[in-house]
Write a protein that binds this ligand. Structure first.
Ligand SMILES: [Fe+2]
Ligand SMILES: [Fe+2]
Length: 307
């Protein structure tokens, strides 16, 4: 790690401590076991074969549940990246460990819910978890600047995906599970979002470069999952996470409004170029999102008309 990176982390440590304190003050303890509808559960007979008719649900929603859970299962590697990037000491380390403990309950509650309700084939899910964790693939941002931006975007993207998945479940318990997990993700997002705001004051040019890179290369968490592309398409088709959500709920409110990219002053020449490219990209993503959503609405109407 270069001394620039060390200097940024040292300079932002008091901010991290303050945001951690805010996070803890606004956290409310919750228990996965209280959200799982255990009375729906029964033993799995030996050789049990799951079929999609067990719990009727669209393929898209099933894809979303599958990807959401496998992403949570990959926590060991996210922890490794975050600890490596921010360090294990001071407020940075305290945050990384607290965050890990909170993330851990996400896979606990979603898996318990899916196992009890049988909404997903437990054999396929376990095999996919083994494959995913054995492969251990997660994005590895090169600098803490990139890391702050990536996690700020990713936590919000995850929040949106969890919440939208919950809304499409025909089941109150499932909705409550996903809503609770989404509310944790939102508080994680707020920590990182405000860290980026502080970092923009310390080193605006480097941060604008990082924001441009991270928006350009952003992918929903889930890379490394078997058939991720197929699932990602299904998730977009259902409107759980697509270009317009990315544009309207992340890029505009966070990158443009909260971080105020258009109004930053004192950028060096390279950062000015990065800002221009970033603004163009955000506009293009917005257009693509609108086109995609219009096509999806047309398809839906045609489907309804043909029923
Ligand atoms: Fe999570
Ligand atoms: Fe999170």
């Amino acid at each position: 790690m270069t001394s620039d990176n060390d200097a940024l982390l040292a300079e932002l440590e008091p901010t991290a401590a303050r945001l951690l304190e805010r996070h803890l003050a606004t956290s409310k303890e919750w228990f996965p076991h209280e959200l799982v509808p255990w009375s729906m559960g029964q033993d799995f007979e030996p050789g049990y074969e799951w079929s999609p008719d067990t719990v009727p649900m669209s393929d898209e929603v099933r894809s979303a549940l599958f990807v959401n859970l496998l992403t949570e299962d990959n926590l060991p590697y996210y922890f490794r990246t975050i600890e490596r990037m921010f360090g294990a000491d001071t407020a940075w380390g305290t945050w990384a460990r607290r965050w890990t403990a909170e993330e851990g309950r996400h896979s606990i509650v979603i898996r318990d819910y899916l196992t009890v309700t049988r909404a997903i084939d437990p054999v396929q899910l376990e095999r996919a978890r083994m494959a995913q964790v054995e492969c251990g693939e997660v994005p590895e941002p090169e600098t803490p600047h990139d890391g702050f931006v990536y996690v700020a975007l990713q936590e919000l993207a995850t929040r949106i995906a969890h919440h939208n998945t919950g809304k499409l479940l025909d089941d109150k318990a499932g909705y409550e599970v996903m809503k609770k997990v989404a509310s944790d993700e939102n508080r994680h997002h707020l920590f990182y979002r405000d860290l980026v705001t502080a970092a923009l004051e310390v080193d605006p040019s480097a941060m604008v470069g990082a924001i441009e890179r991270q928006v350009r290369t952003f992918e929903m968490p889930g890379t490394g999952i078997l058939d991720f592309e197929v699932h990602a398409k299904a998730i977009a088709k259902a409107g759980i996470y697509d270009f317009s959500a990315h544009h309207d709920q992340i890029l505009v409110p966070v990158v443009l409004r909260t971080w105020g990219i258009e109004d930053l002053e004192g950028l060096d020449a390279e950062a000015e170029q990065a800002r221009a490219a970033l603004l163009k990209r955000i506009e293009r993503i917005g257009k693509a999102g609108r086109r995609f959503a219009a096509r999806r609405d047309e398809d839906r109407q045609q489907q309804l008309a043909s029923v």
